[in-house]
Design a protein around this ligand. Sequence first.
Ligand SMILES: [Zn+2]
Length: 165
Amino acid sequence: MEPQTDLNDDDRRFLTRCVDLAREALDAGDEPFGSVLVDADGRELFADRNRVAGGDHTRHPEFEIARWAADHLTPQQRAETVVFTSGEHCPMCSAAHAWVGLGRIVYASSSQQLSAWHKDWGLAPGPVLPLPVQDVAPGIEVAGPDPELSTQVRNLHARLHGVDA
Ligand SMILES: [Zn+2]
């Protein structure tokens, strides 16, 4: 079961920014993922995109966000943040998010969707199971996917793999 899609206009604005970052990553020769950390007042604190092209496959934006938050925010501030992301956290990033004590996660596309796209395109599964955030970090509130933005994400991944979207 996918979590409920209950996104508002502010959510979609930040998710659109994440999809733009994912596109920026793809244009730079990286995998199309982008994420934004937002505080309790709706201010963007930190944003990043995937940086695995250099060979370090832990360089996911959600992991960078967890590190940045641990260095810059109090535990109370971290708990009040929202992390927006073009694609749902992988298990590594879900764990980092939970260990650092960040708040809600809102994603444009789910791990289940990404796995289904890869399967449709005949790609081999990756080395890490595509577990939903809540299978790794059950205390984290999640929302997504967004029907329209997930289609945009799908198109970026199709471009990455050279297949027709
Ligand atoms: Zn990750």
